[in-house]
Ligand binder design. Sequence first.
Ligand SMILES: Cc1cc2nc3c(=O)[nH]c(=O)nc-3n(C[C@H](O)[C@H](O)[C@H](O)COP(=O)(O)O)c2cc1C
Length: 370
Amino acid sequence: MRTAVTEMFGIDVPLFAFSHCRDVVLEASKAGGMGILGAAWMSPEELEVSLKWIDERIDGKPYGVDLVFPGTYAPLTDDRDPQAILPETHRKFVDNMLAAADIPDLPDDDAKIFAQEHADKMKMTPQDSERSLDIALRHSSVKFIVSAMGAAPKHVVDKVHAHGLKVGALVGNLDHAMKQKEVGVDVLIAQGTEAGGHTGRVSSMILWPQLVDAMAPIPVLAAGGIGRGRQFAAAMALGAAGAWCGSIWLGTRESDLSPVMKEAMFAAKSEDAVISKALTGKNCRILRSSYTDAWDSQQEIKPLTFPLQSILGGVPLRRAERVRRMDYWTYAVGQVVGDMKQETTVRQIFAEMLGEYVEVMENMNHMLEE
Ligand SMILES: Cc1cc2nc3c(=O)[nH]c(=O)nc-3n(C[C@H](O)[C@H](O)[C@H](O)COP(=O)(O)O)c2cc1C
């Protein structure tokens, strides 16, 4: 296929695979698309290890790194213990919730180590984001830096450009897109509300053509609700230069979700992918469970701000998963989850998506001929 982004990155198909899992990223780039490593949950040190691992296996093919440059930060710095600033009321709320459901505590040592590691990953200070960016820029197969949330600061965009790389940004409406244009991004990822993760309120069907028209000539990748070839074709029909998928990779062999987590995904319906602040403190589309219901169904204890709510949830969600109480577990996922029914591989998804895409194109052409 040939579009503005296949030309920009020298890839065979305009299919972008967002994942926190390096194996997915590797397979997507090797399959002719482009893997994008979500680095938001990684410390700069972990990012270095993952990028080195990918570089050693990717045969020079391009891939990207997605970083968070949030507009607002919790009052966290490198030398402040994130655990220490979680309010007692909120800790008690989750502890009581799990105790009432007979979900046991983690063994004491495990709990401490896990809580610390989890908090370190989630704290996302500005210093961490900049350190991670510098690491990504030192890896020569990284060709695309994406800002997950809000406009990346102008100096970040300039720095990436000075290294000869392209900058992308996720946007959920026209105002967001205008801000990204002002700082000089090269590619916009228009993410409709059906998407997993932090998401806006405009549906893909409306958002994609809106941004394609308003932002031209900046190429727009379509995200939110794409898991098969017909959806990919719809995105291209609406003017996108390519597709960007996140949820669909969660059910692949390469995904690092545990088997019980995958089973929870395969059992879910599209309606189970709800928007809630329970996981991160921001509106985020996640798998509905008793954990999310408990946060969403009362007013007294409000979720903490981002990323403190993610830090708070580390231990309870681990507790639930450890004893396979997936009714108290949650994870980011989009409405596509209703179509995910069994484990696949990244290669299989690429093959099926492209096969179905070609079939759709042929059928549509056929309609014209008749
Ligand atoms: C588990 C999960 C985590 C996500 N985390 C991030 C993130 O850290 N940064 C980001 O830019 N997008 C993130 N997203 C959103 C994806 O990049 C992508 O836009 C979205 O998944 C597309 O919609 P889909 O879920 O319908 O495929 C996440 C999505 C999922 C499912």
